[in-house]
Design a binder for this molecule. Sequence first.
Ligand SMILES: [Fe+2]
Ligand SMILES: [Fe+2]
Length: 227
Amino acid sequence: MTAALDILHREHRAIAAVLHCLSHIVEETRAGKLAPEFEFFDAVISYMRDFPDRMHHPKEDEFFFKVLRTKAPELVPTLDALHEEHVAGDRLLAELDQKLDDWRKASEDTDRASTFLDEADAYVDFQRKHAAREERTVMPESRKFLDDADWEPINAAFLDNDDPMFGSRTQETYAKLFGKIVALAPQPWGLAQRTHMPTKTDKEALDTDHASWSEEQRRNMLALRWI
Ligand SMILES: [Fe+2]
Ligand SMILES: [Fe+2]
């Protein structure tokens, strides 16, 4: 395996892990099992913007796909489609960020919550299909069309430790962002304590006996800005 393909596989796994975590937390939030995790959703959006959109996809376009276009003309339609998906992914993420802001401004608005959660699902699906298409088409095909001389500049670029896009300091920044997602994701998907949506009992307590609230009930109410 070439170094560049190895790095792309590894990055796809890291992105898949974040998407996996996001999809489970979206599902549990929709089912009312978790209170809105705005900080977690923010961290995922920052990660997807800074890592795949600013680093992983440009790296594919500017180095890997560029060489592959010249050596495998039959792959050009697929490479064009993948590039268009990189552009579309940027736009979908910006829209998702906007929907999160809309929901945060009115956190009890169930329509805004549903809009964000549905778009988050669609985003996960889109990015999963995109990475799967690369893994099943251009990545294996590249082995047939590129020789050692073709791989040399691609590998050199991917392994350049001082490069602002690929270098070790940049990798450290992404690792920190990944760690932040793990720290903010509620258990069992991450390490954070779960904050449940208020139950009927919580709501009754709000109306009747505030003094009897448990610490968890208080936290739930505070999280939803009901108190
Ligand atoms: Fe890509
Ligand atoms: Fe990719």
